[in-house]
Design a protein around this ligand. Structure first.
Ligand code: NAD
Length: 228
């Protein structure tokens, strides 16, 4: 049985990482447009790098929460694929093994000119003048606003195969990720966990839980493992 999990910033909120939708267009005191868009990078690459250096450093000091940990347990019973909009590594650190990062990863950087040259840097800083092996500037390995999401079609194929789809901590407002729910088959059981979840997503086979991830996900995981 295939369980697909679609997560957004809300699942990491209880670990201490802020969502930006909950803070009026600011993300950790920065204007989102300035630090998370290609135009922002062109205007002020130093500011953008400082922002992601701070996010990386902050990430090194937080831990996966009960929701991340419960999702990792699902692998004891199901074929599980996590598709996350998050750029943190909390699913990995909780023990999940099959994860697609739609919007990139904080712990990686890539060449500005040769996007296939991707490097893991852990929680270290990068700065102007740090270069790839071909001598080009490194940039955060992040999908910024206005950039294509290269893994979206792959993610849609994964969602199509789901018997159970869990959607956790996402406003379903950021496209194309938000459209993934529509790839679920008619027989797929969908659970939506978000304190601000809307009541209707065009799918009648849906259970909506208006609750924090850390509260709702562990008992749901237990229930699914007992029931199937
Ligand atoms: P989003 O659009 O996915 O919205 C966040 C959602 O989380 C909201 O619907 C909110 O109700 C919900 N939420 C808040 N606290 C919750 C909790 N305890 N449990 C469950 N749900 C909770 O995300 P966003 O913040 O608008 O960010 C959009 C994009 O920005 C992300 O997709 C990501 O690329 C990036 N981002 C990443 C991180 C991260 O990696 N941790 C954090 C912030 C933003």
């Amino acid at each position: 049985m295939k369980v697909v999990v679609l997560t957004g910033a809300g699942i990491s909120a209880e670990s201490g990482l802020k969502t930006f939708r909950d803070s009026n267009g600011l993300w950790e005191e920065y204007n989102v447009e300035e630090v998370a868009s290609y135009n922002g990078w062109v205007r002020n690459p130093g500011l953008v790098m400082e922002f992601y250096n701070k996010r990386r450093s902050q990430l090194s000091g937080v831990q996966p929460n009960a929701a991340h940990t419960a999702l990792a347990l699902l692998e004891n019973k199901f074929d599980v694929h996590i598709i996350t909009q998050n750029v943190d590594d909390l699913h990995e650190r909780a023990g999940s093994t099959t994860i697609t990062h739609l919007h990139g990863e904080l712990t990686k950087v890539r060449s500005l000119k040769y996007p296939e040259l991707i490097y893991s840097i852990g929680y270290k800083d990068i700065k102007l003048g740090d270069l790839c092996e071909k001598g080009e500037q490194l940039r955060p390995h992040i999908v910024w606003f206005g950039e294509a999401v290269p893994l979206i079609e792959y993610a849609a194929q994964i969602v199509e195969q789901a018997d159970i789809l869990l959607i956790i901590g996402t406003s379903l407002q950021v496209y194309p990720a938000a459209g993934l729910i529509h790839y679920a088959s008619r027989k797929c059981k969908v659970y939506l966990i978000d304190p601000q979840a809307e009541n209707y997503y065009g799918n009648s086979n849906i259970v909506i839980m208006k609750e924090k991830a850390g509260i709702a996900v562990p008992p749901l995981v237990k229930e699914l493992m007992e029931k199937h």
